[in-house]
Design a protein around this ligand. Structure first.
Ligand SMILES: Nc1ncnc2c1ncn2[C@@H]1O[C@H](COP(=O)(O)OP(=O)(O)OP(=O)(O)O)[C@@H](O)[C@H]1O
Length: 260
């Protein structure tokens, strides 16, 4: 029985056990426990201020938890710093833009890919496709997949807001993560842009484990295998999209008992 339990635990890409977070006297998260399977797409929903971003900050290592532990492929990473989590393959994108605004899309991408290709030492000099064919070919491939090939020579600050968000996700993918955390990837996007991002996310490799915070329910239900609902500092409910969609309590959390 112990062995069986152990093997189930070892199969998790991510396991969060009893995580809590206090800001001063305020207890934002109380006792968060959940596990995500490798390749699973898990969405986190809940009203504004429920603590979704705070939870992601702790998983990514940007914020220390007040209590509890985080396991990544069965390794306790609770005290592993953020940059080491990234090196292990846990990568997040941010709600706010963290791109190098003065550089082109291609240069932003090459800077990320250089690290992956072990070419940090050439960051300061001009690189050419002739010198680094594999680097450039991977960049072209990513630009094609993400529909950004025609924008590659555009300086990031000249892109639309939606395109910038697209570049951010592409950079996250470029690091070839095992677990990718997306914090509201479609926030502030037009309906057309949202549809476009949803399609791209749906087409991502199935072995990539994806955790996503999202307010757009079309994206949530179009992408997630399982959904966790955060409310009052706890995971109020967890289930598959059909179960969450039809649970009246979720509706009440968002719209109140009488409805909107
Ligand atoms: N550094 C901080 N210091 C104090 N309070 C904080 C801090 N960060 C977040 N909070 C508070 O914690 C609560 C949860 O915030 P968080 O951003 O995690 O919620 P959220 O569910 O992601 O909300 P939203 O859906 O609006 O993005 C909020 O009340 C917020 O004001």
């Amino acid at each position: 029985m112990r062995n069986e339990e152990h093997s189930i635990v070892a199969d998790h890409a991510l396991r969060v056990e009893g995580i809590g977070k206090r800001f001063g006297g305020l207890e934002i998260l109380k006792d968060i426990t959940f596990a995500v399977q490798p390749g699973e797409r898990r969405a986190f929903i809940g009203p504004n201020g429920a603590g979704k971003s705070t939870l992601f900050n702790m998983i990514a290592g940007d914020l220390a938890a007040s209590s509890g532990d985080i396991y990544y492929f069965n390794e306790n990473i609770s005290r592993v710093p953020n940059h080491q989590r990234v090196r292990k393959g846990m990568v997040r994108t941010f709600q706010k833009s963290n791109l190098l605004q003065e550089l082109t899309v291609l240069d932003n991408l090459l800077l990320v890919l250089q690290v992956k290709f072990g070419l940090h030492h050439v960051w300061f000099r001009k690189r050419t496709a002739q010198q680094f064919p594999e680097l450039y070919s991977r960049a072209e491939q990513l630009l094609d997949t993400w529909g950004l090939a025609d924008r590659k020579d555009t300086v990031v600050k000249k892109l639309s807001y939606g395109e910038q968000r697209q570049v951010e996700i592409m950079l996250g993918i470029a690091t070839e993560p095992k677990v990718l955390l997306l914090d509201e990837p479609t926030a502030g996007m037009s309906n057309t842009e949202t549809q476009h991002i949803l399609k791209l996310l749906q087409n991502m490799p199935r072995d990539l484990t994806l955790l996503i915070i999202e307010h757009d329910m079309e994206v949530v239900f179009g992408l997630a295998d399982r959904i966790s609902v955060l409310y009052n500092g706890n995971i109020f409910l967890e289930g598959d999209p059909q179960m969450i969609k039809t649970d009246l309590r979720v509706y009440e959390i968002y719209f109140g008992k009488e409805g909107a």
